[in-house]
Design a protein around this ligand. Structure first.
Ligand SMILES: [Zn+2]
Length: 68
């Protein structure tokens, strides 16, 4: 089973999901090449579906924090 990690882009702070076995991932927001081993993992998911659900929840939380 492929597991996924939710990481924070060290350049722009954006949240994105990547496969756990991937070494690097290009940030969809700023284009920065993220090295997954060196980036901050905020969550782990067991499927792409779960990863996107976690991502959605975290993004909503971040938006709420900005508002208050
Ligand atoms: Zn970024």
């Amino acid at each position: 089973m492929t597991s996924f990690v939710i990481v924070v882009c060290s350049k722009c702070g954006g949240l994105l999901a990547a496969k756990a076995e991937q070494k690097t991932r290009i940030c969809p927001y700023c284009g920065f090449k993220i090295v997954l081993d060196k980036s901050k993992r905020v969550a782990v998911a067991n499927s792409a579906r779960e990863a996107s659900m976690i991502l959605k929840r975290l993004k909503r939380k971040a938006a709420e924090k900005r508002r208050s």
